[in-house]
Design a protein around this ligand. Structure first.
Ligand code: ADP
Length: 150
């Protein structure tokens, strides 16, 4: 079973995340979208909302499951019997950040990170940009799936 975990904060899920997930569907038998819960982090959207946005945006995709987790992502992958960890890369900043994490995760549990390069039309989108636009009363509808925008 080729099972992958796609971890993130998803605060909120964006069109960038959706693009990576949809393009990864043919590569895996199952993708667990894993919302990381860090009790020290302040989120804009509640965990319930973040979960609901993902479920509504990907309704009907039978290969996808949404879960929440705490602690090390590599340990979560192991507990879920997922040999693969999926991440998206927007730019060299993402690459530099992800490189040492992927190497550490692999050394710890053997989990293999798989990276998809983001679609050029979506490389400006991040959850933090969405939150900034929203906080300042802007229109986020071009950045997020409908479930978040409404
Ligand atoms: P984290 O807090 O772990 O960075 P995010 O929810 O911000 O979590 O992102 C989860 C994953 O989605 C990361 O691999 C990130 O690089 C990727 N990602 C975020 N935005 C985009 C985008 N616009 N295009 C492609 N991948 C993206």
């Amino acid at each position: 079973m080729r099972r992958a975990v796609f971890p993130g904060s998803f605060d909120p899920i964006t069109l960038g995340h959706i693009n990576i997930i949809k393009r990864a569907l043919p590569l895996f038998d199952e993708i667990i979208i894993a919302i990381g819960v860090n009790t020290e982090k302040k989120y804009m959207y509640s965990l319930e909302d973040r979960e609901r946005f993902i479920e509504e945006s990907l309704a009907g995709e039978s290969k996808i499951e949404v879960k929440t987790y705490q602690g090390l992502t590599a340990n979560f992958c192991k507990a879920e019997n997922a040999p693969f960890l999926l991440r998206g890369l927007r730019n060299t900043g993402d690459f530099t950040y992800e490189q040492s994490i992927a190497q550490t995760n692999n050394a710890m549990t053997g989990v293999e990170s798989v990276f998809l390069i983001c679609d050029p039309s979506l490389s400006h989108i991040s959850s933090s940009i969405v939150r900034d636009v929203k906080r300042n009363g802007g229109d986020i509808s071009g950045l997020v799936p409908e479930a978040v925008g409404k």
